[in-house]
Design a protein around this ligand. Structure first.
Ligand SMILES: [Zn+2]
Length: 534
């Protein structure tokens, strides 16, 4: 008989099931990977038997597990052991002094001679109390016996004297092509290395995690702590895909992963992906193919997006884009096309339109990544609808760097930013964080930003487009499952669905708005396994 007992029962909850047939319930029963029943406390309790773990959640809100449908997680996994000095990860880091204290604490645990790497945020000098980055001398005093460096985003790092010595950088070393070694007044390297001058340090650094697998698990585990049960991760090489396969085989994945396979500016070509014949949703519940990924323009934080009238970066011309999208489309591979500026979004819509004219596929669910952040006009909305493309917004960009929007693209264009209320009338509105290099995966934070319409600095932008917390959860559960081609298998609390469950520790409907972004998670269940418990 015990084979029929649920392995897990969650009772005494307020379930937001996202299932229209049964929107609210009190309890859920899980057997193995799947949900076997949803109902009242009495109904579900009666199913429990010996071997059933029963968790009383004391009236808390229970939702389906949350998704984040655009991350660069494994790309960041090798840095998982770095000293964390990114203020977007650790808001306690407010000064150069604070950064040095964390480096000093690490230095006493690391043998002399081993590298120490601190990972900082882009443009952090603006936000540090001293309004500058640390100096070489300061890093020397914090880590006197170790080569040490701290990067601030992707373009600049500061290193100490031992790091310069070990990489052979002296006052006579010329700047490499595409990079700069910074010098003090006397001509000595001052520790600042920009762009490609950073490469020798990154090569020499022996502090990286020994395996990509361990780094990925650490980052996925952190996401599980925020109620996340599924991510769509952009991968660029065989090493990353192999690491995920190893983790799936060893049953070590705390979060389900969809692979978005990058086919331009990556080690994998369009031709090889098409020739393999593998398309979404090939794989298992835990690890599957989610489609292909390509980028049209540059990024928002680097002011390299292709907005009309601004000098943005176009990385791929219309012809190459059309051919790439068409090749994937004809092979049945869904495309996820990065397009931030209006020029790039129009190029993406054109490519999808042409592919659909070639062979109409009503359910291929091509995505335009970052569409809907800015300049989501009625014309673009109608075009996207007509060609069956899904806009994927990034509330994390609104939250962390939205304050630069006005200066970057102008007051008028910024006024209509992130119109999620409008978008959800016509499209599923699942969104992605673009984490983890600059900020962590955290869908609750992203939902909160779209509810309060407040940036990290407290600026309110386009409040008429606020959504409710419930709608945000629906976006990151039911809508995300649709975008991931798994609406028949995930995204709601419903019999027969994968047991992906999130228990919120505080009531989001009565929580003070300023505390919504950090609303704690009591428990996360992914495919029937408890992956987080506070
Ligand atoms: Zn991205």
């Amino acid at each position: 008989m015990s084979g029929f007992n649920p392995t897990l029962v969650i009772k005494n909850g307020r379930l937001w099931t996202m299932n229209e047939q049964q929107p609210y319930a009190e309890a859920v029963a899980v057997h193995g990977h799947d949900i076997v029943a949803v109902g009242s406390n009495a109904e579900i309790e009666s199913l429990a038997g010996p071997g059933t773990e029963v968790v009383d959640v004391g009236g808390r809100v229970v939702t389906p597990g949350l998704a984040d449908i655009h991350v660069h997680l494994i790309q960041d996994a090798a840095d998982a052991d770095a000293v964390e000095v990114r203020d977007f990860y650790d808001p306690q880091v407010k000064s150069v002094k604070g950064i040095l204290a964390k480096i000093r604490a690490r230095a006493v645990t690391v043998p002399p001679g081993r590298w120490i790497h601190g990972n900082g945020s882009p443009m952090q000098d603006d936000r540090l109390a001293e309004k500058r980055l640390p100096t070489k001398a300061e890093l020397d005093s914090a880590a006197p016996n170790n080569p040490c460096y701290v990067n601030f985003g992707a373009h600049v790092m500061v290193v100490n004297s031992l790091a310069l010595q070990m990489t052979g950088i002296t006052r006579d070393t010329p700047d490499p092509v595409g990079g700069w070694i910074m010098h003090d007044a006397s001509g000595e390297p001052d520790g600042g290395l920009r762009e490609r001058a950073q490469i020798p340090v990154k090569r020499a650094d022996d502090s990286k995690v020994k395996s990509l697998e361990d780094g990925a698990v650490a980052l996925l585990q952190r996401a599980a702590g925020r109620g996340i049960t599924v991510v769509h991760d952009i991968v660029t090489n065989a090493e990353a895909i192999a690491a995920y396969q190893n983790l799936a085989a060893a049953e070590r994945l705390p979060v389900r992963v969809h692979l978005l396979i990058r086919i331009i500016e990556a080690d994998i070509t369009t031709k090889s992906m098409v020739e393999m014949g593998l398309r979404q949703p090939f794989g298992s519940d835990m690890l599957k193919i989610g489609g292909s990924k390509m980028s049209i323009d540059g990024g928002f934080t680097g002011r390299q997006a292709a907005f009309s009238g601004l000098n943005g970066l176009i990385r791929i011309d219309q012809d190459e884009l059309d051919h790439t999208v068409e090749a994937c489309h004809l092979a049945g591979i869904r495309c996820c096309i990065h397009a931030i500026g209006d020029v790039a979004v129009d190029m993406a819509l054109t490519a999808v339109e042409r592919a659909q004219l070639e062979a109409f596929k009503p359910d291929i669910r091509h995505r335009i990544e970052h569409m809907g952040n800015h300049l989501f006009t009625p014309e673009r909305r109608d075009r996207a609808k007509r060609v069956g493309a899904i806009p994927v917004t990034n509330p994390s960009i609104f939250y962390f760097v939205g304050d630069m929007g006005e200066a970057y693209i102008g007051t008028e264009r910024n006024a209509t930013c992130f119109p999620l209320k409008t978008i959800q009338k016509e499209f599923p509105i699942a969104f992605g964080s673009d984490a983890t290099a600059y900020w962590p995966v955290d869908s609750i934070r992203d939902i909160a930003a779209m509810v309060t319409r407040k940036t990290v600095l407290g600026t309110v932008m386009n409040p008429a487009e606020a959504i409710t917390f419930y709608e945000g959860v629906r976006a990151q559960t039911r809508d995300a499952a649709y975008v991931g081609f798994e609406e028949g298998r995930a995204g709601t609390l419903e019999r027969g669905k994968i047991a992906d469950i999130c228990v919120l520790d505080k009531d989001p409907l009565t929580c003070a708005p300023e505390k919504l972004a950090t609303l704690p998670v009591m428990m996360t269940v992914c495919a029937g396994k408890i992956t987080h418990r506070s």
